[in-house]
Design a binder for this molecule. Structure first.
Ligand code: HEM
Length: 156
């Protein structure tokens, strides 16, 4: 009975973490980027982007930890880990795959990836840099939403 309650609580925390985290990514991609794009001054653009991303990165890190811990708890608590190598477990594999890519990105790979995306930064103008950043965020958002859809379909 108590375990049941803990599993429910953990599932609620899992979804709250997902909502704040993916909601933040959606906000940055859909609201902040077009706002930045509309600014004329390149310095102002860079500062606004840096301030918001800097703040959001801290929140995203905390949410990643919450989503990971609660996900693992329910994965084992409900015995769902048995589904991981099977076809029915595709939604779990998808969630864990997207989560791992994200966690690696935010806890270290981001700099390496940005170096690759912007390896020719000296030859790019502000609009081209901004275009690549926007594209990158759309890809991340699309993958995140795919994981959300997988989670809902899988538990339905
Ligand atoms: C990008 C990361 C993730 C997203 C967007 C995500 C999203 C979701 C969503 C939307 C649900 C469905 C909740 C419901 O309809 O009841 C769910 C359930 C679940 N997730 Fe995730 N998840 C992520 C990462 C993970 C990770 C890393 C794990 C395991 C290590 C995990 C394990 C689970 C389990 C076991 C459930 C089923 C919970 C239950 O039936 O009580 N998730 N997830």
């Amino acid at each position: 009975m108590e375990t049941d309650l803990l599993l429910k609580l953990s599932a609620v925390l899992h979804v709250i973490g997902v909502v704040i985290w993916i909601g933040g990514v959606a906000f940055v991609t859909v609201v902040l980027f077009p706002m930045i794009h509309a600014l004329d001054d390149p310095m102002e653009k860079a500062l606004l982007f840096q301030r918001v991303e800097h703040r959001f990165a801290k929140i995203a890190r905390l949410m990643i930890v919450i989503v990971g811990v609660t996900g693992l708890y329910n994965l084992y608590g409900k015995g769902l880990y048995l589904l991981l190598p099977t076809r029915e477990g595709w939604w779990l594999d998808l969630m864990i795959g997207v989560f791992t890519a994200y966690a690696l990105l935010i806890f270290g790979l981001e700099k390496a990836l940005f170096k690759k995306i912007f390896k020719d930064i000296k030859n790019l103008n502000a609009d081209q840099i901004f275009f690549r950043m926007t594209l990158f965020h759309w890809v991340v958002l699309a993958l995140s939403l795919l994981a959300v859809a997988g989670g809902v379909i899988g538990t339905y």
